[in-house]
Ligand binder design. Sequence first.
Ligand SMILES: Nc1ncnc2c1ncn2[C@@H]1O[C@H](COP(=O)(O)OP(=O)(O)O)[C@@H](O)[C@H]1O
Ligand SMILES: [Mg+2]
Length: 350
Amino acid sequence: MAIGRIIGGQSLNEAEESFNVSLRPKFLDECIGQRNLKEKLGIAIAAARQRSEPLEHVLFYGPPGLGKTTLAHVVANEMGARIRCSSGPALAKAGDVMGLLSNVDTGDVLFIDEIHRLSTLVEEFIYPAMEDFKVDFTVDSGLHAKTINFPLKRFTLIGATTRAGLLSAPLRSRFGMLYHLDFYGSEELTEILARSAELLELQCEEGTLELIADRSRGTPRVANRLLRRVRDYAQVKGSGILSAGIVASSLKMEQIDALGLDELDRAFLRALINIYDGGPAGIEAIAATLGEERDTLEDVVEPYLLQIGFVRRTKRGREVTEQACEHLGVKPLKEKSKARQPELFEQSEQ
Ligand SMILES: Nc1ncnc2c1ncn2[C@@H]1O[C@H](COP(=O)(O)OP(=O)(O)O)[C@@H](O)[C@H]1O
Ligand SMILES: [Mg+2]
């Protein structure tokens, strides 16, 4: 069900990826929102540049589609550095990392996406590279095995992850800077959409971009994706100009509701309500009910539902909130238990 999901933060395919690249801001000034992060990062970059030193290692973490990859490229551009990209799953063996590291020049940026998926073996291989800019590489095996100490140039490692919690403590501690990306506000998303519309030379009636922004789940990638769908719709069904009517009908066709929730979000909430009496329910159980991957639910469905207060995470599992029930038009659950234990509910609602 997640494949082709219009609201997910994950990239859908290559066509979309190249579309994303064309809309990607290249410098810090062009990035919209994340003000706090931008300020701190800007200072670190300016200081490193003044000292003519490579930047410290940086970790970006947060839900998909918020700008981690974009920021990695922005850092490289701002530092005037070359960037080499890889990802946790692609670096399966120490040899894979060795191939990458041996080509690294002073000041280069090495970007590792999904860094939480590195194997323990590769992770341990990377520690001395991050800390002392050297690696111990074992060649041959058995009797002939020997370890070669290989010095490296000073580089900047940029890691990105949707799950900082899955990163081992030793790896996390080797990053000099850790930045969390937050969901974007409606105004920021409108600004992002205005920038994209301009780049795409799209004509929009006033107020239409706000309508798209409000349905983008706080996520720039989703905003740009919806813009693309609406643009297609306007071209085929209208005059090519974005109007409120065109936005409303095209998003209705995509089954996206007023809050930007799609079928999978609603299925998640409905499963919690109808099958688990509102919860608490474990994520594995919900995933099995929906026939979805647990990772998809944890990465792209839950964060936004938590953010807007539709789901609560407790030690015993996930619970649906009254707001979610209201939004779906179902009667709030647990009226009885609530009446029995008012103080318990008040506490957990804070
Ligand atoms: N701060 C920003 N300002 C404008 N557009 C952004 C910003 N952050 C992300 N985007 C847009 O969102 C898209 C997805 O961002 P990306 O960096 O691929 O997210 P992530 O790596 O976190 O999944 C980019 O192609 C870019 O067009
Ligand atoms: Mg990315």
